[in-house]
Design a protein around this ligand. Structure first.
Ligand code: AMP
Length: 339
């Protein structure tokens, strides 16, 4: 095993050199692989590849090895599996069951593209999905429990060989309303919780976001990532509060998958560097924001799946420039009105 050189140094800037020979940690994701029908103010698309595990694995695959555990139906297209495999996503755990693939359809607001209405959810083969991890899956050091039934999430966590290095969880209103107790049990057992603003408030029973996140932190997780759509994200970890902007885009084609792509970039970066320090989390949040911004530039994973590392670095640099506020020097203060 190569000697790991822990990343350190300034947050936000890119490291010039890579640690050649260091072993990259890999990430296991359990979630949905789906066919989505989506209507946005820009246009619409029918039965396109989507699902939480799809967006997560494609985004994460640019940084670290990703294995996916999910179920699809007999209608799952060979080219969609090939797309994942062309990104070196391990699809050994992508089970094919009799029946149809999970289908979701939604429409986004004309006035506010951040608002979406689910028109239809067909669980199909997902209704009876009870994942059984193989020995490779059980030993993965990073685990992302994408948005699914909290009982399934707890079951997967229980199958892991001991406690993975980092476990992250995503959930949604559907489970907060329907299975709050089970969701609470899985939240208590994870390190990082991803939720959007409304879900964080609803789950914590607290309107103020900082208080809501702190309440969740006191229940167990060591970090909470509050996704705020076009307003970026807020990361709370111990005494650390990081606000990362969304990359400002002139046109958002389809916001579907932004949250899962954020999580994929975030976890992929942490797995690739092994840096779980505060600065590691700052950088991971910026990488997450970058990957979320690519996801929304096209329908399905069209843009997300055709990126170069140069394009990712370039957007990362642009994002860091956006947030470069001139700091106050040590002995400096802001101008004061002279009397
Ligand atoms: P995001 O926009 O990041 O929240 O994720 C959107 C993806 O989640 C879509 O591609 C859907 O296929 C998938 N999805 C929608 N509803 C559910 C659900 N109830 N459980 C799991 N995945 C879902």
């Amino acid at each position: 095993m190569g000697k790991r050189e822990w990343m350190s140094g300034g947050a936000w800037g890119l490291h010039k050199t890579h640690d050649i020979g260091a072993e990259q940690l890999s990430v296991l994701v359990v979630g949905t692989v789906a066919y989505d029908t989506v209507v946005t103010p820009a246009s619409s698309r029918e039965s396109a590849l989507g699902g939480s595990a799809t967006y997560f694995s494609l985004a994460g695959s640019y940084f670290a090895p990703v294995s996916v555990v999910a179920v699809v139906g007999e209608d799952f297209r060979a080219e969609d599996r090939e797309l994942l495999e062309s990104h070196h996503v391990d699809t050994t755990g992508l089970e094919v069951a009799q029946g149809k693939t999970f289908r979701w359809s939604g429409v986004y607001g004309n006035e506010d593209v951040n608002t979406r209405e689910t028109l239809d959810t067909q669980l199909n083969v997902f209704a009876d999905f009870s994942p059984k991890l193989d020995s490779n899956g059980r030993g993965q050091p990073f685990l992302f429990l994408a948005n699914t039934d909290p009982e399934l999430q707890l079951d997967v966590l229980g199958q892991m060989n001991g406690r993975p290095t980092l476990v992250a969880l995503d959930s949604m209103n559907f489970w907060i309303d329907g299975k709050k107790e089970q969701l609470q049990r899985v939240v208590e057992a994870v390190d990082v919780l991803f939720m959007d603003e409304g879900e964080t408030r609803a789950f914590a029973g607290e309107v103020n976001l900082v208080k809501a996140a702190r309440r969740i932190l006191s229940a167990g997780p060591s970090a909470v990532v509050v996704k705020r759509g076009e307003h970026g994200a807020l990361v709370l970890k111990n005494n650390l509060v990081v606000s990362v902007p969304a990359f400002p885009l002139a046109e958002v084609v389809d916001p579907t998958g932004a949250g899962d792509s954020f999580a994929g970039g975030f976890m992929g970066y942490l797995a690739a560097t092994g840096d779980l320090s505060d600065d590691g989390f700052r950088r991971a949040a910026a990488v997450g924001s970058v990957m979320g911004s690519f996801a929304v530039e096209s329908f399905s994973a069209d843009r997300l799946s055709s990126l170069s590392h140069e394009a990712i670095d370039e957007r990362f640099r642009a994002l860091t420039q956006l947030t470069r506020l001139p700091a106050l020097g040590h002995n400096e203060s802001l101008p004061r009105r002279g009397d």
